[in-house]
Design a protein around this ligand. Sequence first.
Ligand SMILES: [Zn+2]
Length: 560
Amino acid sequence: MRAAGWAAAGLGAMCACASPGDRAPATHVADSAGATATATAAERVARYATVRLSADLAPLSAKERQMLPLLMDAAREMDTIYWQEVYPERDSLLASISDSSLRRLVEINYGPWDRLAGNEPFVPGVGPRAKGAAFYPADLTAATLDSAAAGDPALKGAYTLVRRDSAGRLTAVPYHSAFAAPTARAAARLRAAAALAEDPGLRRYLETRARALETDDYRASDFAWLDMRHNRLDIVVGPTETYDDELAGVKTAHESYVLIKDLDWSARLSRYAAMLPALQRGLPVPDAYRRETPGTDSDLNAYDVVYYAGQANAGGKTIAINLPNDEEVQLRKGTRRLQLKNAMRAKFDRILVPLADALIAPDQQRHITFDAFFENTMFHEVAHGLGIKQTINGRGTVRQALKERHNALEEEKADVLGLYMVSALNRQGELKADLLDNYVTFLAGIIRSVRFGASDSHGRANMTTFAFFRDHGAFTRDSASGTYRVDSARMAAAVDSLAGRILQLQGDGDYAGVAAFMDPTSRIGPVLQGDLDRLGTKGIPVDIIFEQGPEVLGLPPAPR
Ligand SMILES: [Zn+2]
């Protein structure tokens, strides 16, 4: 899972959780940076600021420098596979396009749909995106899938494509056979890197991960990844997030991050993991909803990220990760949370600061700080591990009960419980900064995220949070200047109230209740839209894209 507000990895049809009558007019859903069906490719590309993914390599050993290009090679294979999962016709599409901006836009989006603008098609003649991307036959409905999966659970497996056999029956094709060639190349590069690894934990992880790619059995490598403690280099590689599957929310998409750990920051971060059990016991919700024990073997680390690939590199970019997603592994060992500090700082400087200049009340602008932003993002990730994973009424896991609505509500939970944690730790004196910094920076962050509309889990979550906070007086808007001001006391009360609401919906596995809660707020109102439109005219970027690779780090490519 990724940090809300900064992951705009868009998917599926716009306003997927709204009834058609509730959908905002297309010109409004089209995002505030000016996206409309008539935006030119050059205008759409200009919504991204280009950032060089560099890092300080001085602390690295000679072998670590040799490993980085090998890990980047493995990451590139995830790119190859990801295209197959979301847009297999890449080559023919690119061959048909001569305009360089349009080609670039296809590459940024991994297909002809604009992930920053409700997935509207931007190539003439292209229809709407299939809800199930290319994981399923394009005409497959959720109902048909459900009934077929009753007889063959592999059809809903996380690591299979669904295809029709010659008799027209649905069959599950394991990823490792569907993507055999790039999988073999990636595994070979991971093994070559493992041979150079000086840290035994990293070596074991790279070896088990290579095997996992070849078998689609990820559990051993997930445990090996959680067991690593002293590695400076790291890589997330393989099928990971389900955001692209809006048909059933189960198919994982391939991606990769190549990472260098920041040891100084990591020491500061590891301190908070030990506080999770106490925070769980203090959740503002009846006992029945806070009985689970969060994993305490979790850790938090800060990284500079030097390569994004596949799902991670599509459209908007994340700056924090919480993995693994396997809920059994989470219950047994917790998770690891990775804060991508260089990417985070780039977004803060290039996007959030200019946005806050325009939208936050002048007397509260000093509360927009990178430290607060870093904390909010960090605690969002921690908060995924808090709360409840099993329903309390026999409806199975929360994910099973809430189906395709789970992702958006879970992101909203992480946002709100993240703020709950910041508030609690602030009261305990663990965090020294002004709590108002966190609140004001959070508000600026969700307004920024709302720019993406409702086409992804995070955007949808933020629209619901924005509406809840507005209706509870957590912030007010000055109509003359169009700026927003946080009311600290009301914000604190609204955080507790919203946290309780979400945890009960999750614990009850209340699918209809989630719809009633989120659907009415899944559109941007005219007032906020007007404020967002002002940003469009200021030319503030919406997200970032990267210059990345060995050459950006001053390293030679890996020998073949
Ligand atoms: Zn998240």
